[in-house]
Write a protein that binds this ligand. Structure first.
Ligand SMILES: Nc1nc2c(ncn2[C@@H]2O[C@H](COP(=O)(O)OP(=O)(O)OP(=O)(O)O)[C@@H](O)[C@H]2O)c(=O)[nH]1
Ligand SMILES: [Mg+2]
Length: 179
């Protein structure tokens, strides 16, 4: 059994739904009233895979510009970085490029671009999000923090890519022990 302590980071503009997604995933409920994240919050979720225990630290960054200098210091050593935008707010989609630029040095990280609030009135089409992700070499999906099912599907993707990295690290360390 190998244990990994791994870092997952959620970023994206203010009010796109980062905290709501995490809350829905961990507590199975949707909070309609906005409570801004001050700086950064942190949750832990442990996952098991055959021969692996993944202790996932999930960092939920504020989208507020006031905290930008602080939040960008949370990117180094992340295994998975989730860039969230709001499909009902075009400006948040236009910021995705800035977030991708802020993480460009994190070459080891898997990036997942996520369009949230799919049940709302759309200002951004699925294909536009998919294209931005494709160009950045990132994964893409849409979701909604208002839906338990879609939120579960969202976190499954995040957890699977994180677990896949752990599996690769485990294989690498196995080879180096043998050689
Ligand atoms: N309809 C709908 N509303 C959502 C969804 N996700 C979040 N919201 C609402 O959008 C608002 C902002 O959500 P938060 O999760 O606090 O946003 P955030 O990205 O964490 O914002 P910061 O902490 O300021 O960076 C809240 O009022 C939520 O209830 C969604 O999928 N659908
Ligand atoms: Mg928040």
């Amino acid at each position: 059994m190998t244990d990994y302590l791994v870092k997952i980071v959620l970023c994206g503009d203010s009010q796109v739904g980062k905290t709501s997604l995490l809350h829905q995933f961990l507590h199975h409920s949707f909070l309609p009233t906005y409570q801004r994240t001050i700086g950064v919050d942190f949750e832990v979720r442990t996952a098991q895979r055959p021969g692996l225990v993944l202790k996932q630290q999930i960092w939920d960054l504020s989208g507020d510009m006031r905290f930008r200098a602080i939040v960008i210091s949370y990117f180094p050593n992340a295994w998975t970085i989730v860039v969230v935008y709001d499909v009902t707010a075009r400006a948040s989609f236009e910021s995705v490029g800035n977030w991708l630029a802020a993480i460009v040095d994190q070459r080891e990280a898997t990036v997942v671009v996520v369009g949230n609030k799919v049940e709302g009135h759309r200002e951004v089409q699925y294909e536009e999000g998919a294209q931005v992700a494709r160009e950045a070499g990132a994964l893409f999906m849409e979701t909604s923090a208002a839906s338990a099912e879609l939120t579960m599907a969202w976190f499954n993707v995040v957890e699977e890519v994180t677990a896949a990295r752990a599996k690769r690290e485990q294989l690498k360390s196995g080879f180096s022990m043998r050689s």
